[in-house]
Design a protein around this ligand. Sequence first.
Ligand SMILES: CC(C)(COP(=O)(O)OP(=O)(O)OC[C@H]1O[C@@H](n2cnc3c(N)ncnc32)[C@H](O)[C@@H]1OP(=O)(O)O)[C@@H](O)C(=O)NCCC(=O)NCCS
Length: 172
Amino acid sequence: MIINDIDILLRVMDKRDLPHIKSWYNDYENTRYTSPYAYVQRNDEEEEVWYQRKMADSNSRFFIIEYKNQPAGLISYSSLDLRNRTAMLSIIIGNKKFRRLGIGQKAILKLEKYLKDEYNIRKLSAEIFEENVASLNLFNSLGYKEQGRKIEEVYRCGKYHTIISVCKFFNE
Ligand SMILES: CC(C)(COP(=O)(O)OP(=O)(O)OC[C@H]1O[C@@H](n2cnc3c(N)ncnc32)[C@H](O)[C@@H]1OP(=O)(O)O)[C@@H](O)C(=O)NCCC(=O)NCCS
């Protein structure tokens, strides 16, 4: 299936998105390879605290990925560094019926363009669990290359996991 670029919109998250974000976060299958922290379900109050913390961080921004006006997932940049012109990316297509349609690819391309056009970013990075084949393939398909590994860095699901750091440079 080929999806049209105009079907995908990135819009800044706001409070009305918290029920979706909570359900995506609380889905262990979604979160097992996205968060370096111990899995614990969040309730509405914790979701609100998470939201306020993210909104207060001027070096990060979260966007809802809308596909045909429906919330499909969340994409963000963080650790925005204007001196070195770098940032980190993270993405989740939380609504699983929208996976494998090319939405992840198109959302990353849109966020890359925004970061280049507005902040003149020259390098973007992402950190991916070694077992997360879907995410490694996704970033590889967009030209990201491995820049290093943190061996057995994170304890999740009863064992230590290696984190692969990938990056992409943009023309000066
Ligand atoms: C990783 C994730 C964001 C991919 O999103 P998506 O919209 O389904 O990805 P796309 O449809 O744009 O796929 C692009 C390419 O990524 C790769 N890919 C995506 N899902 C894959 C899977 N389940 N297995 C293997 N490769 C996969 C493929 O190369 C694919 O291209 P193809 O369909 O032409 O073969 C999604 O699976 C997800 O949200 N996973 C859980 C959260 C997560 O792991 N986030 C990343 C944290 S670093």
